[in-house]
Design a protein around this ligand. Structure first.
Ligand SMILES: [Zn+2]
Length: 232
């Protein structure tokens, strides 16, 4: 998959973790491939408490560029109680500040609560991963300094509101992702997503913003390096 991505021109990848085992896998991958960096995370729907000590150790690896994914998910049933999710996120933000890394945020139906947690952690920086909300919410996350990351969702016919966000997002706050194996573009809905398919989203975003794919790629590379500082 990495080779396929590189062949398609996608030369910087972040493998994120959603629990301790998969965070460790991401770190291993980042050492196996020079195009891959790692995230150490704890998904909000994980039923165990995050092991902050073990995460801290992993996060000190030179290839770890982000604490993620982490966040709040109030839409899917069966996850931890909302209050517990907020408590976990608070702990994970403290970890991010301690190890001086940005955060990658998963948000489902919890924007108000997220903004409250963000406001309690001055200096926290990061990205709203798989951004799927309207321009009103986009502005509130931009105001607190966050980046917005867009995935294949921007190519789906029903997502006009999201395409408005893509048009208005400041150039220096815009990121792209696949969220593979999820988040496919419309034209590949029946197959699992892959990093190489980032081009589907990039082409759509460049067209919406009226810029060339090369201009978007340059900006995107600069933004990734600015936010994920160790990702040179
Ligand atoms: Zn997510």
């Amino acid at each position: 998959m990495v080779e396929q991505a590189v062949a398609a021109g996608v030369t910087r990848l972040i493998a994120v973790g959603v629990d301790l085992d998969r965070s460790a896998n991401a770190v291993s991958l980042s050492h196996a491939y020079e195009e891959v960096w790692a995230g150490v995370g704890h998904h909000p729907l994980e039923l165990t408490d995050p092991d902050i000590g073990a995460m801290r150790q992993l996060a000190q690896d030179e290839m770890v560029v982000v604490i993620g994914e982490i966040g709040l998910d109030f839409e899917h049933i069966g996850g931890p109680h909302r209050d517990l999710q907020v408590q976990h996120l608070d702990d994970l933000f403290r970890l991010a500040t301690e190890v001086d890394l940005p955060v990658s945020i998963h948000n489902r139906g919890a924007s108000t609560e997220l903004l409250t947690v963000i406001s309690k952690h001055s200096g926290i920086r990061g990205v709203m991963h798989y951004f799927a909300l309207d321009w009103g919410w986009a502005q509130r996350f931009l105001e607190v300094g966050f980046y917005l990351s867009f995935a294949g969702l921007v190519t789906r016919p029903s997502r006009d509101e999201l395409r408005e966000v893509v048009k208005h997002c400041p150039a220096d706050r815009l990121l792209l992702e696949t969220d593979s194996p999820y988040g496919n573009a419309q034209k590949r809905m029946s197959i699992p997503n892959r990093p190489a398919y980032l081009l589907d989203t990039a082409e759509a975003v460049a067209a919406l913003r009226g810029i060339s794919l090369e201009q978007l790629a340059d900006q995107e590379r600069q933004n990734a390096i600015t936010l994920f500082q160790k990702m040179k």
